[in-house]
Design a binder for this molecule. Structure first.
Ligand code: DC
Length: 238
């Protein structure tokens, strides 16, 4: 069977990471979390005291930074990590999962130069197919020719609650209304930015998983992927 490129886009808390990782495991594909790259650069900017809105400094920083995604170690998997993230050779998998880094990532992701560099990196990482990549612009910009595009969504209340539970599990004491505000603020910025905003690609399948679990959502996507694989094999791409 031909190996597909699967793009999964959607807002924060839509379940993209868990679903995409699951889909990749079921199909034997590579899983890549593009948001982790924006988060890693944001972490570096915060550590260097660079504002996540400083276009010039962030353009240069992105150029001299090496970000690599690797399959998680069993130890990382135990704490829920789906990709291991290396920033200039140092493991920052845990450090990038804070609300502060998430907000900074969303801000620097509005900068065209930053996106240009990270998108090129994502295209290199996913070249060759057999990959499930998740983010905000995968089906529209990174892999516009992906054979299967999914736009994953859920109600804002449900998405905030999922994020809040994740924070609780990590022992962070944020309240649900605080997490709700953080998710809404990030959504607004991700959807309204000028460069590559979060938008459903015209040919993406909309999956609203407000009332669905991770397993169920992943199984639905795998079903769609198998159908696409068969169609492509029939069309002579086997
Ligand atoms: O998926 P995430 O929540 O880890 O992403 C963090 C931020 O990175 C998100 O708020 C916007 C940005 N991002 C993006 O602009 N494009 C992507 N393909 C992935 C993430």
């Amino acid at each position: 069977m031909p190996k597909l490129t699967i793009a999964i886009d959607g807002p924060a808390g839509s379940g993209k990471s868990s679903v995409a990782r699951h889909v990749a495991a079921l199909l034997g594909y590579l899983y890549l979390d593009s948001g982790a790259m924006y988060r890693a650069l944001a972490l570096k900017a915060l550590r260097h005291g660079i504002s996540p809105d400083d276009e010039n400094k962030l353009g240069s920083l992105a150029k001299e930074t090496h970000i690599e995604l690797r399959a998680p170690t069993p130890e990382h998997e135990q704490v829920g990590a789906k990709n291991c993230v290396f920033l200039d050779g140092v493991d920052v998998t845990k450090e990038i999962r804070t609300p502060e880094v998430a907000q900074a990532a969303s801000r620097l992701a509005t900068i065209a130069r930053v996106r240009e560099l990270l998108v090129a990196e994502q295209q290199r990482a996913g070249a060759g197919g057999g990959v499930v990549m998740e983010g905000r612009d995968i089906g529209t910009v990174v892999f516009p020719d992906a054979e299967l595009k999914i736009f994953l969504d859920a109600s804002p209340e449900e998405r905030a609650e999922r994020r809040w539970k994740e924070h609780q599990e990590k022992g962070e004491r944020l309240t649900l209304p605080e997490v709700f505000d953080e998710v809404i603020e990030r959504d607004k910025r991700d959807r309204e930015r000028k460069v590559s905003p979060l938008v459903r690609a015209a040919d993406a399948v909309l999956v609203d998983n407000t009332a669905m679990g991770i397993e169920e959502t992943a199984r639905l996507i795998v079903m769609l992927a198998k159908e696409r694989e068969r169609e492509l094999a029939k069309a002579g791409r086997a």
